[in-house]
Design a protein around this ligand. Sequence first.
Ligand code: FAD
Length: 500
Amino acid sequence: MTTAAAPSRTESKTTEHFDVLIVGAGISGVGGAYHLTTQRPGTSFVVLEGLDGFGGTWWMHRYPGIRSDSDLHTSGYRFKPWVGPPIATAEEILAYMGEVIEENDLAQHIRYNHRITNARWSNEDKRWTIEATQTDTGEPRRFTANFLWMCQGYYRHAEGYTPEWPGMADFEGEIIHPQTWPEDLDYRGKRVIVIGSGATTATVVPAIAADVEHVTVLQRSPTYFIPGRNRNDLAETLRELDVDETWIHEIVRRKILHDQALFTKRCLEEPEKVKRELLDGVRQYLPDDFDMETHFSPTYRPWRQRIAFVPEGDIFKGLASGKASIMTDGIERFTPSGILLKSGEELVADIIVTATGFNMNVMGDINFEVDGDPVDFSKTVTYRGMMFTGVPNMLWVFGYFRASWTLRADLLADFVCRLLAHMERKGAKQVNAQLRPEDAEMELLPWIDPQNFNPGYLMRALPLLPKRGDKPEWQHTQDYWREKDEIPGIDLDGAEFVYS
Ligand SMILES: Cc1cc2nc3c(=O)[nH]c(=O)nc-3n(C[C@H](O)[C@H](O)[C@H](O)COP(=O)(O)OP(=O)(O)OC[C@H]3O[C@@H](n4cnc5c(N)ncnc54)[C@H](O)[C@@H]3O)c2cc1C
């Protein structure tokens, strides 16, 4: 690929052209910008971000206590040591990302308040035309790019997922989704219900417990948690030995990934034993007579959904203190003063927080066209969960759920840089992922196997998502431990890549 091409006849004066256009300035997009700068110096690129700041998930979520649910040694980038406690607040993550931007002079490449609406590929021009709206002025903006690097995440940022319950309009208090938490929400002295049992609930409840009159966790079914101290002993020991932070980062990452691989294997081989251990971990924080079976004993196998780490077991301490309580029950309907449960009991509340997850979206709700034809991603087949048949010169960073997202963002960034170099060497302007003759009869399956991993947001979105095949090349395996060797080893001249 060439750098900073001269405007073609199809461009107006207001169209800017780049070799690479990155969508989104979250962890993946900022990481992509770093890797392009260091691995492909001279490549012209721009990062378009719809919000007015970097950080994506960590910029957007403002609910009390917002923090990571996995460690930042692996949720941080491979190339920049994480020196804080493993579980980090959004503020700490944003500060870390800010350092990456500053240390690598990336700010010049990022355009905030640029919401992309359309992406059109032309086989004749061999480039993308990207239409965006500048959200602070309302002005349309147009860009062209040789390669589109989709770092837009996986869920709709504008609003979270709230199921429709009967009677919601009758409730006289406030209904809040954590994704759009109002900055001025005053919950002091109020009775709060938090619906949901995931990582968000585990974060919000201890953060507000001290200030509210009472907070009730209302869950339909229990979830697994791993409580523990928010400190990494190995990192602390290495620090005491005056080991360089770059080394500590690498060693601690390897140790965490090694332990996670063992844990995942055990979840598959001895799920009942792992379940008992997880429940014992929670039990130590709760009174002896606490009903563990009803509230903390999930029916699904450990690791079929992401397991949240709970630093210092803070949510369980809240439950033990009586300031928080937990109900495992279905919702019959909302009432003017709260929620009527299936069991007949009524919970009274001033504020109801629906920590019920998010809506996945496909490619940032951007309308895609190839040569004038709209792209329906559910009709495409994914190449390793990153490229899509019939959609040239484009890659989506979809990270891991069981391991940290960023591990894959780094791996895919290496892949993009290698692919761009390969195309340059070949003099190719276009690459398509294409089924090979031996794939012609391959059964096409949903994006992910629900037996393997099945959180609600993924199940709701399956009909919209690209298809997978039954061979590793056509699947997003969600297996970091395989992909860390497979992705760097991909043969770019393999028959699944067609260049022109
Ligand atoms: C509350 C919460 C906690 C999480 N905790 C963890 C954790 O502990 N560990 C972990 O590994 N993962 C966690 N995740 C998953 C998390 O989303 C990823 O780790 C990671 O932050 C995703 O980064 P990203 O850059 O790929 O996407 P995002 O963070 O979603 O950022 C995408 C960016 O793209 C922009 N964008 C989207 N569409 C457009 C468009 N059309 N035009 C312009 N810009 C657009 C968005 O505005 C956004 O800034 C968590 C997710 C949530 C919601």
